[in-house]
Design a protein around this ligand. Sequence first.
Ligand code: CA
Length: 159
Amino acid sequence: MYAGMAQRVTTCIVGEHHMTENSKFYTLKGYALQECNAVTSSMEDYLEMIYRIHTAGQPVRVGAVAENLNVKPPSATKMISNLKKQGLVSSEKYGYIQLTASGLELGKYLVFRHDTLHQFLCYINRSDNELEQVEKIEHFINPGTVQNIRKLMDRLMAL
Ligand code: CA
């Protein structure tokens, strides 16, 4: 039993050392951003949605963010001002919300984390919708684990 555990630990450490440049980007930058800033679970949900709207090529406005997250606009305004305080977004004229460089990096990681966990849970549960569980657990999983799930899924998908 002990040998089995040691084996798993070794595999985990080796896995960390064999990360590609791209995975280092998600792991180190995403992790550092999460640690340095007091980014709450709720702020993560907002930033993830802002990043999704942004990458869909849509202008990011408070109304669109509120609608997509099923919250009232004043709640969105308040949370966006928290993101602003953390230097993740900035507001331009006419109410458009811009992602800062840090906001783009963390937003990219949050979407990567969400999509990786969703793919993983759908795979093991043989389902096509695990959104509720993903929303509940995604905030508590660390970047190394997300990265290892990604590698596992990439291997499984290549079979
Ligand atoms: Ca999410």
